[in-house]
Write a protein that binds this ligand. Sequence first.
Ligand code: NI
Length: 252
Amino acid sequence: MVDSHCHLFKEYYDDIDSIIKLAKENHINKYITDGVDGKTNEEVVEVVNKYPEVYGTLGIHPENVDSYQEKDLKFIVDNLNNKKIIAIGEIGLDYYYTKDNKDKQILLFEKQLLLAEKYQMPVIIHSREATLDTLNILKKYHVKGIIHSFSGSLETAREYMKMGYLLGVNGVITFKNAKIKDVIKEIPLDYLVLETDSPYLTPEPFRGKQNSPMHIKDIATFVATLKNISLEELETATNNNLVKLFNINVEN
Ligand code: NI
């Protein structure tokens, strides 16, 4: 199995070796770690160079719009020729905490979409309480990618799928009363990928503890049951989706 979205940063994990070892024991073979700012993007490059099983993405998250510098964007561009860097992300819009910096967020988002278009890289999209703006902006760029932690309606899901985007499913789906269950039930397997978003969004029954990539297994089991398919069928489909999008090897 593959964890298509996690944050293997030093600030969360003292010992990335043991996190990977533990995940491996739970049959997680590959990981994609997503940068969110200048500092973590540097860590992503370090980690992908060290571990053959880890791929990475580089981006400035909308929550870091007030602190990023131009040199952080230059670092992204300078490292896109690294074969283990497979996308630009995590990028997007987040109006949950504030909408006051909306214009700045959109500017940063579009700068990075332009880079993705120019260098023909997929994108990893973060969109919280910003569906309409995200959709309208993405429509302007010829890029493909993943809507990370998708939490919208079936109608929104269909819009994204029409544009060729995959939808990332994580531990939120295991939470009691999570509306996303009904939506994911209806989504064709060709559009789903599994992610932990570690260290956040720990699935039930482990909620409250720090998340780690080994929990992909718990998310996969939940989704397979929900969709009334075997774990193998889900694994094969979601792995194929990642191979098609990123052209990566998901085997051992
Ligand atoms: Ni994330």
